[in-house]
Design a protein around this ligand. Structure first.
Ligand code: FAD
Length: 428
């Protein structure tokens, strides 16, 4: 029997590549170091609670990703298309009234943003929606930061720091707004074009569903690749950490950027991968009653905020907790995300209660999980797209399937996987 195409990594990118290659009747083997599939898109059940490996949402408008999912069977639960901004004991709901006219009243009277900025927001939504995704990533926007782009559209410091910083903290794990304006526009477009959802079974249901589309035995978990095997100038297999060698017709690297660079180096290659990372820590709490009710994401706009954003998951998807319990996710970004567990726990309780203006004694928060993901997204500073890797890695037999080919998102990973599979099928 001929050697299979070996895909290293069973995250979204690797699974999409595997689905495409298997659909083209190619022999495929997917290896993943972790005990289960999904990479950054995983969920664990903890005492009847659905705990995602870091709070994460799906935009139903992602055009590539949705082709690999069956939304019907995922039981998607919608967020309200709005953000509740909490600052100095006050809250304001800023919503997309075009998507949900019921949000018009609250949004018009929200005090956190002035009338001029509300109109500018509406214009930005229209502007982003008219762009294609390729337009969003064109040179026109890719080279400038989100902050400079917003300034250029007339937004003042109050709305930039009081709304966009926590909002983009919530979506892009970046409160500094140093991320390329392409990502702002892409995200705004996705928000405007569809719904923001989580599957009732947790975000990991996405990758479990993708893996289920593969023939039995295609994915092997608990198999960490340590090196590439090169024979006469061509990649012919992989060496696992237990020193076993698996032969491969082709090898597709579908790991995160740092691991792809490490593995490529074992074949003497330097991959032009983005180097920076954005990390986050998510704390999950049960509560007697939630301090931050509703189906909208809560943004902490206080300048010294440690909790960036939070949501009562069970208000969005009651299935996230059995027995009618309340489950809350609070996300912490940047340097604060690396503080010790107990410090984060105490600060998160205090800030969640301050956001909702309730006493800690009343809500009785109880921490049930804490997830640290130091490499949640790669850094997408202006100009980062000039450092994207090539799909063909420069040595015969080696390919790259990754979010780094497009953007650090579920859609970016799906595109990376699809592009790699198509290029490989075309060439071999
Ligand atoms: C907390 C958090 C929140 C996020 N929020 C959003 C969001 O709201 N919306 C959005 O669109 N995106 C979000 N993202 C980003 C999104 O999850 C990622 O862009 C996407 O999942 C990346 O998929 P991938 O397949 O490229 O990489 P990964 O998911 O990282 O997959 C790589 C796989 O390779 C495996 N691997 C690594 N090394 C080896 C090895 N040596 N041998 C074998 N296997 C190996 C890993 O175990 C992993 O399974 C978020 C990410 C996180 C962590």
């Amino acid at each position: 029997m001929s050697a299979p195409i070996v895909i290293v990594g069973a995250g979204v990118a690797g699974l999409v590549a595997a689905i495409e290659l298997q659909a083209a009747q190619r022999e495929v083997l997917v290896l993943d170091a972790a005990a289960e599939v999904g990479g950054r898109v995983r969920t664990t059940m903890v005492n009847g609670l659905v705990i995602d490996h870091g709070f994460q949402v799906l935009f139903t408008a992602y055009p590539t990703l949705r082709r690999y999912l069956n939304f019907e069977t995922l039981a998607l639960r919608k967020f309200t298309p709005a953000a509740r901004i909490a600052r100095d004991g006050q809250t304001s709901l800023i919503g997309d009234a075009l998507a949900d006219p019921g949000l018009l009243f609250d949004t018009i009277f929200a005090r956190a943003i002035g009338v001029g900025d509300k109109l500018r927001l509406l214009a930005l939504r229209r502007f982003a929606q008219q762009l294609t995704i390729d337009d969003c990533f064109s040179a026109r926007f890719a080279g400038i930061s989100t902050r400079d782009f917003l300034r250029g559209r007339g937004f003042g410091p109050a709305v930039i720091d009081g709304f966009f910083a926590p909002f983009y903290g919530g979506i892009l794990l970046d409160r500094t707004l140093a991320t390329s304006a392409s990502i702002l526009l892409f995200t705004f477009k996705m928000l405007a074009d569809g719904d923001t959802v989580v599957p009732a079974g947790g975000i990991g249901a996405l990758t479990r569903q993708m893996a289920d589309r593969l023939a039995p035995g295609t994915v092997r978990t608990g198999q960490a690749v340590r090196a590439l095997v090169v024979t006469e100038g061509r990649v012919t297999g992989v060496r696992l950490t237990d020193d076993r060698v698996l032969d491969a017709a082709q090898v597709v690297l579908a790991t995160d950027a740092p691991m792809a660079a490490t593995l490529a180096a074992t074949a003497g290659l330097t991959l032009p991968e983005p180097t920076g990372a954005r990390g986050c820590t998510t704390l999950y709490f049960t509560a007697r009653t939630t301090p931050i009710p509703g189906k909208a994401l809560w943004l902490n706009a206080n300048p010294d905020a440690v909790v960036s954003h939070a949501v009562t998951l069970t208000d969005v998807a009651p299935e996230y907790a059995s027995g009618g319990r309340t489950l809350i996710a609070a996300t912490i970004l940047g340097d604060a995300a690396t503080l010790p567990d107990d410090t984060l726990d105490a600060v998160a309780r205090r800030e969640l209660c301050a956001m909702g203006s309730v006493s800690e004694a009343r809500v009785a928060l109880e921490r049930v999980a804490l997830w640290r993901v130091p490499y949640s997204q790669f850094e997408q500073a202006p100009g980062w797209r000039n450092q994207r890797p090539s799909i063909a890695c420069g040595v015969p037999g080696l390919w790259r399937a990754s979010e780094t080919l497009h953007s650090s998102s579920l859609e970016g990973a799906a595109r990376g996987g699809e592009m790699a599979a198509k290029a490989l099928l075309h060439a071999t």
